[in-house]
Design a protein around this ligand. Structure first.
Ligand SMILES: [Zn+2]
Length: 360
């Protein structure tokens, strides 16, 4: 993947981000409420993160958390220091301070890094394609090609993904310092990935890299944050976020053929922080719309939409196998098996993966 090495630094003279923020503020505030009541956990996590935030480059930053009551699954931040979390996402985080910290630390990182301004400046560079002032540092992109709008939008997409990953990395360290285990970040990504099943609607997350990619890219930053957390918080259960959550990394399921007719589905996976067992659930498409509300799998057991299997998931390379005979016997005519979910004992979704097309 091409790296964009030289993201324009934002000069201290640049004020358009703060000016735009104050212009939009009245409207954004009118459309949102303070994080109290049901959302008090979010407010508390926000308060706990702030003392660990590096000083913002503008003294005008006033930290504040607002909830937008529209049931959407998004979060965004204003350069003035206000973080907006949409109520679908807020409900998903619910009483988990760790999930809240994962959402909020990422948004705080955007504000501290002045990512709004960076994106604005980068777009300006793309518009004035002849500009020699800023080196974009991607040798794969000849400058002459920027005039093509398709190319420009691909460049912008890549630039935004890069900013997202950097915000993830800085957010991880911030939450680890404040006492939230870094494992809450992949846990959040997996929940969001599971909720995006079958949805093709455009969302503000369209600019974000896909969730699995973000997990892989965290790499060294995740390790560093884990070391920082362990160093600062010796007794995990007593940290502000409590014990780390169970996380499941489910790889793409495979269809393995035996001879000419027989086959099985293999689901390779790895579990972390698991005590006990998880259930692997194969689902057929009709269950899709109704299955997920607040990150929980609805019960469709007796309607022929699913097959389940328990696993202790003790090996770093656990493979759960669904034989052809078993799943085809359970399938209702006219339906297709589409998804694999991994759930905990309470039905909360820990991971989801798409099934490949099955042999007839
Ligand atoms: Zn972001």
């Amino acid at each position: 993947m091409g790296q964009i090495a030289n993201v324009p630094e934002v000069s201290s003279q640049f004020k358009l981000d703060m000016e735009t923020a104050s212009r939009l503020r009245p409207e954004l505030m009118a459309q949102s409420v303070a994080a109290a009541g049901h959302y008090a956990t979010g407010g508390l996590a926000f308060e706990r993160l702030l003392p660990e935030v590096p000083p913002a480059s503008s003294s005008k930053v006033r930290w504040r958390l607002q909830i937008v009551e529209n049931d959407q699954l998004n979060a965004y931040s204003s350069p003035d220091g206000t973080v907006y979390v949409e109520s679908g996402l807020a409900k998903m985080a619910g009483p988990s301070a760790g999930l809240w910290a994962a959402i909020l630390s990422h948004e705080i990182a955007h504000i501290v890094r002045r990512d709004w301004a960076r994106r604005y400046l980068y777009e300006k560079v793309l518009e004035t394609s002849g500009s020699q002032n800023i080196v974009l540092g991607d040798p794969g992109v000849p400058q002459a090609n920027w005039s093509s709008s398709e190319k420009a939008s691909a460049d912008l997409g890549r630039f935004c993904r890069q900013m997202e990953l950097e915000a993830d990395r800085e957010g991880l360290m911030l939450m680890a310092r404040a006492g939230y285990h870094p494992d809450f970040v992949p846990a959040l990504h997996h929940l969001l990935h599971a909720r995006s099943s079958g949805l093709k609607t455009a969302s503000l997350y369209a600019m974000h890299p896909c969730w699995e990619e973000r997990d892989h890219e965290l790499g060294g930053a995740y390790t560093k944050a884990s070391i920082e957390f362990e160093h600062r918080w010796r007794e995990w259960y007593a940290s502000p976020g409590g014990n780390p959550p169970v996380i499941v990394f489910a790889d793409s399921p495979l269809v393995k053929k035996h001879g000419s007719k027989e086959w099985e589905i293999q689901v390779p996976m790895r579990c972390q922080n698991l005590v006990g067992a998880v259930e692997v659930v194969l689902r057929a498409d009709p269950g899709r719309k109704e299955m997920m509300r607040i990150g929980e799998l609805s019960d469709a057991d007796d309607r022929g939409y699913e097959v389940r299997q328990l696993t202790g998931c003790t090996s770093p390379r656990t493979t759960v196998v669904f034989p052809q005979a078993e799943i085809m016997a359970r399938r209702k005519p006219g339906t297709q098996w589409t998804d694999v979910y991994v759930i905990d004992a309470w039905g909360s979704v820990l991971a989801r993966a798409d099934l490949p097309k099955l042999p007839e």
